[in-house]
Design a protein around this ligand. Structure first.
Ligand SMILES: [Zn+2]
Length: 302
């Protein structure tokens, strides 16, 4: 096994995990967690040192705070280059912009608070420029291993997974979102999320993946477990879309009212991740001509 996970508890039953992939020539660190998790990252870097190879690359699966927060901290100690999907480059380079666009996208609905600032901005270390962009079909060769980059967008507009071919293991960030959190873990590109789930299903059906590792959830081991996880998420997407349509049909006519109604129905705390997700679904439904939009008001098509 050339993949080693390092984890801590983030909240009940949810972990924060990073992975080291160690080849004969160099190692790769997948994600750097965030401020407050320095001891976990130190463990990972100690492990790389024991392997006797340099840490050549940090690969960020996506540009959320809990995956990139210690990029600079790791880079200062190792000189590793930072690679990620090009979509995330602005957020990885600029923590203030990251906070602004991730959390405060709808300032008249969710305002800046000290608690939000602490949760997101406060866990981001200094930004770093992306040294190289990775997209689906790119490869890294750490020595004795073939790492294939897989597009896994949906949770964010641009996310990547790392397929360690020789292990038939796919390492994900948040591409398989957590469904049982007290808030919506969220996705901002519903159509892309569907395509990602289909893509991973194909990798499994072709016999190229039989284990999925991720940043927050327990591993999915075996074809049956992975296909069940995919189906669960496909159903979740469909149910969510149906709930949004039901709310609009029932008279919820603004982003705020649809978000509040859906959050209540699904027993989720109404917060910024869910708001961005509902907004994205409404955009998608408007694009598909299934609901109408005029200014800030939504209605069923006549
Ligand atoms: Zn995320």
């Amino acid at each position: 096994m050339h993949i080693h996970g390092f984890e801590r508890t983030l909240m009940d039953e949810i972990s924060l995990r990073v992975h080291v992939i160690a080849g004969d020539r160099f190692a790769v660190l997948v994600d750097t967690a965030m401020i407050g998790y320095e001891d976990m990252i130190t463990e990972a870097l100690d492990f790389v040192r024991q392997c006797g190879v340099p840490l050549a690359f940090i690969v960020n699966t996506h540009a959320h705070h809990d995956h990139i927060g210690l990029n600079r901290w790791v880079q200062d100690q190792t000189g590793a280059k930072v690679l990620s999907h090009p979509w995330g480059s602005r957020w990885i380079a600029d923590p203030d912009l990251n906070y602004q666009e991730f959390v405060l996208g709808f300032p008249d609905i969710i305002a800046d608070t000290k608690a939000l600032r602490q949760e997101v901005r406060g866990t981001l270390g200094p930004g770093v420029p992306l040294d190289m962009a990775l997209t689906g079909g790119d490869f890294l060769y750490p020595g004795g291993l073939t790492l294939e980059i897989v597009e896994t967008g949906g949770h964010v507009p641009g996310e990547i997974g790392i397929l360690v071919r020789e292990e038939r293991a796919l390492i994900l960030g948040d591409a398989f979102t957590a469904l049982n959190l007290p808030f919506f873990h969220g996705h901002v590109r519903p159509a892309l999320y569907h395509r990602t789930l289909k893509r991973v299903r194909s990798l499994v059906e072709e016999g190229r993946v039989d284990t999925i590792l991720s940043a927050h959830l327990p591993p999915w081991v075996g074809v049956g477990a992975i296909l069940a996880a995919i189906e669960e998420r496909q159903n979740d997407l469909d149910r969510l879309e149906a709930a949004i349509l039901e709310m609009v049909a029932g008279g919820a006519d603004t982003l705020r009212s649809v978000w509040q109604a859906v959050s209540q129905k699904w027993n989720k705390l109404p917060e910024f991740r869910g708001l961005a997700m509902i907004s994205a679904h409404l955009d998608q439904l408007v694009m598909e001509g299934r609901i109408d939009r005029e200014g800030i008001y939504y209605a069923m098509m006549p």
